[in-house]
Design a protein around this ligand. Structure first.
Ligand SMILES: C[S@@+](CC[C@H](N)C(=O)[O-])C[C@H]1O[C@@H](n2cnc3c(N)ncnc32)[C@H](O)[C@@H]1O
Length: 204
């Protein structure tokens, strides 16, 4: 999806992707990355996610990038005084290793799956260029029958994750959970089965 689509979503506040609590994968799997205290964590396509707050409170320096000034402003209003979070307003694809700075880990929930197929390869090439060998990623994808609903969120199956990341990352599935009941709007849109898959990726 291109920028105007997302600006319109935020202007109309059609933000069904925004969750009222941090994603459960953080509580369950973040510690398995075994990051040192104070590690720097990057959250691409961040929205105003509470994941940013969870990561900062876990002792990380958190840097997020979000296209919409509405989202960034709402985050600042909703989390005054929350320290350790550098949520920047801008285009992910304009970040460079210099402007982003070194990162130890990435949390990707609703970022890769927000993008249509043609943009995913560019996204992965770019995020790989922003990372370094040994950078770890916790990646959450959605799996459903794509013909049942037009994304976003898009279905991204394991074979695609292998194809996108496999050349430069070691990939491990940590969990695959049926989650349809948590996404009533996707049921309304015709989806009859939905799973989230959580991966740990390690850049080689
Ligand atoms: C599906 S939402 C997910 C937000 C967040 N990860 C969450 O879990 O709530 C995708 C977000 O990415 C933002 N976005 C889309 N394309 C972007 C880009 N090229 N650069 C930065 N942000 C972008 C959108 O404005 C939107 O807030």
């Amino acid at each position: 999806m291109e920028a105007p689509f997302w600006h319109e979503r935020w202007a109309k506040h059609e933000i069904g992707f925004h969750m009222p609590k941090p994603h459960a994968a953080l509580e369950r799997y973040w510690s398995s990355l075994k990051l040192a205290a104070g590690s720097r964590v990057f959250v691409p396509l961040a929205g105003k996610s509470l994941d940013l707050v969870w990561l900062a409170r876990a002792g990380h320096q958190v840097v997020g990038i979000e296209l919409s000034p509405v989202a960034v402003e709402e985050f600042r209003i909703e989390h005054p005084g929350e320290s350790g979070i550098d949520l920047r307003c801008g285009n992910f694809f304009d970040l460079t290793p210099d402007t982003l700075g070194p990162i130890d880990a990435i949390f990707d929930r609703a970022s890769l799956v927000a993008l249509p197929p043609a943009m995913r390869r560019d996204y992965v090439a770019h995020i790989t260029a922003l990372s370094e060998p040994a950078t770890q990623t916790l990646l959450v994808t959605m799996e459903y029958e794509q013909s049942q609903m037009k994304g976003p969120p898009h279905a991204v199956l394991e074979s695609e994750v292998q194809g996108l990341y496999g050349a430069q990352h070691d990939i491990a599935t940590l969990e695959r959970l049926e989650v349809l009941a948590d996404y009533p709007r996707m049921i309304e849109r015709g989806v009859t089965a939905l799973a989230e898959r959580v991966y740990r990726l390690k850049r080689r």
